[in-house]
Design a protein around this ligand. Structure first.
Ligand SMILES: C[S@@+](CC[C@H](N)C(=O)[O-])C[C@H]1O[C@@H](n2cnc3c(N)ncnc32)[C@H](O)[C@@H]1O
Length: 207
């Protein structure tokens, strides 16, 4: 996976992305992911790799400041078209592996289907940790190698083909989070779809 390829492949995905990844089982999974999440007025939320903005539907809260970044201009345009003008939101073209924000900027960081997409997931995780405030929250919805580890033979065979579509089906969350264990504590790790392949993970940033 590399950024040049991602930019191209997600331009192709843009017009029909929501039909696949924001309908049916994905839509149900997303509502589980955002269930119980509370955001209070004045908080600053970051969406990393916002895509078409499917998750923005869960953030109609006025008084919440939102920053949404993505590498793909076409995805950003689609997300921009989706939100109401009353929302306090800015969209920025940016690489999730080098976030151009000061340390401890955000109260809540949403990372849906991005750690499996960026070329270097550990670098992205490090950036997410850096920009999250002490006692802030990171919410992850993504597919990883199952908690038991070990990819099935079929996934091993499919992995290179699927990566051409712009995502990796074989990443280990344990490996991604390991260098940041002292900064981010796992508060919740719940399977949400496809026998635990897709998980909802809530991390809390250490003070
Ligand atoms: C699978 S989509 C997920 C979109 C959205 N978060 C969702 O849940 O539907 C992956 C998104 O990551 C973006 N992306 C890929 N590489 C990126 C990078 N290096 N930095 C920021 N965004 C990236 C793509 O343009 C695409 O919008």
């Amino acid at each position: 996976m590399n950024n040049k390829w991602n930019k191209m492949i997600y331009r192709i995905w843009t017009p029909f992305y929501d039909k696949v990844f924001n309908s049916g089982v994905f839509l149900k999974a997303r509502s589980k992911v955002f269930e119980g999440l509370s955001v209070t007025q004045g908080q600053h939320v970051l969406f990393v790799g916002v895509g078409t903005g499917a998750d923005l539907e869960y953030f109609n809260t006025l008084g919440v400041k939102i920053t949404a970044i993505d590498l793909s201009p076409s995805m950003l345009a689609s997300a921009r078209a989706r939100v109401s003008t009353e929302m306090d939101i800015r969209f920025i073209e940016m690489d999730a592996q080098s976030l151009d924000f000061p340390e401890q900027t955000f109260d809540l960081v949403i990372a849906s289907l991005i750690l499996s997409v960026v070329p270097d997931a550990k670098r992205c995780m490090g950036e997410i940790s850096r920009v999250t405030k002490g006692e802030g929250t990171v919410l992850i919805f993504d597919k990883f190698e199952t908690v038991k580890g070990k990819l099935s033979i079929s996934k091993k065979l499919l992995r290179p083909l699927v990566s051409l579509l712009g995502t990796d089906i074989g990443r280990s969350f344990q490996e991604i989070i390991q260098p940041f264990n002292d900064q981010l504590k796992i508060h919740q790790d719940t399977p949400v779809m496809f026998n635990g392949m897709y998980r909802k993970i809530i991390l809390e940033k250490v003070k």
